[in-house]
Design a protein around this ligand. Sequence first.
Ligand code: F6P
Length: 362
Amino acid sequence: MAQIKKIGISTGGGDCPGLNAVIRAAVKCAIIKYRWEVVGIEDGFDGIIFPDKKIRPLTLKDVSGILPRGGTILGTTNRGNPFCYKVMENDVEVVKDISDQVVANTKKLGLDGVIVIGGDGSQKIGLDLFRKGMPVVGVPKTIDNDLDATDITFGFDTALHTATDAIDKIHTTAESHHRIMVVEVMGRDAGWIALEAGLAGAAHVILIPEIPFSIERVCEFIHQRESQGKKFSIIVVAEGVKAQDKAEKIFGREKRDVPRGGSGYVIGDAVAMCARRETRVTVLGHIQRGGSPSPFDRILSTRFGVAAVELIARGEFGRMVCLRGNKIQSVDIAEAVGRMKGVDPDGDMVRMAKSIGVCFGD
Ligand code: F6P
């Protein structure tokens, strides 16, 4: 096995509480345990595309005090895929595959290992670079908790706390004003945040992408509550909700998928019309991605950061760390990418929620 001397760390995709905790753990373990040199690759893979400007040493001093900080000290981007990189040529935007250059730059920089911290998209790019010879290991990240390869991703717990706290606060107004309050949370493809924050925040209606909803059913449920003397209702909506039918009635068009962000407003309007009740909408948006990671996320991130360094030490490239039960393990990135973990509409959690009277709009 080649001797490791120097490694790089990059963060890609949307930011997420716990990214800095992963960076800190990886840097500390690499330096304290293995005496490797560590560099930070800034703004996703851009750092390796422009190494002169976007590669910087990461010392123990650089990671001191960053454990409780949200965001990423390395910067991140949702763009910048080296396999289809947008560049301007003669004032015209063209898309180029510059992956060979990225692999060559990794060698020039003397990186014996690259830790790619990111969601499904970043892991997919990491895998393709690994297949071209880059010594990649992955760390999964997303507040949506929708990666099948790991039981939990860091960031989810913090987002859940933020969303639950918001629902608790919104309860006050709902109750005092006898209103219907719609709270939109993140979750483009999976309804984990909506489901768990909805349950933790005692929401009455939870709408998630995995269970297409009918607006009539939601209104029927609200009327039923009112007939029992319940004068307010809380509806938690995942941004990626899908309508069962008559989507054009609700969303103004045939397509059942709601545009990312804003679905809460559309549902709020539709409910206000059919339930004839004063309705207000709150979209939590990026507040859920911000802030200091929860103790659970700090510890999970630290475990992931150390585990990624250990993968490099053992030469296990092309693998991604994950949590199974309470054990840190790893999987081939190839097996992990493209496999989404959604809420099971017939699973335990949904059945339990239905048993206590939560409406899913189905
Ligand atoms: O992938 C996580 C996520 O939080 C999604 O739920 C959401 O749709 C997306 O990020 C928003 O990302 P951005 O607005 O930063 O592109």
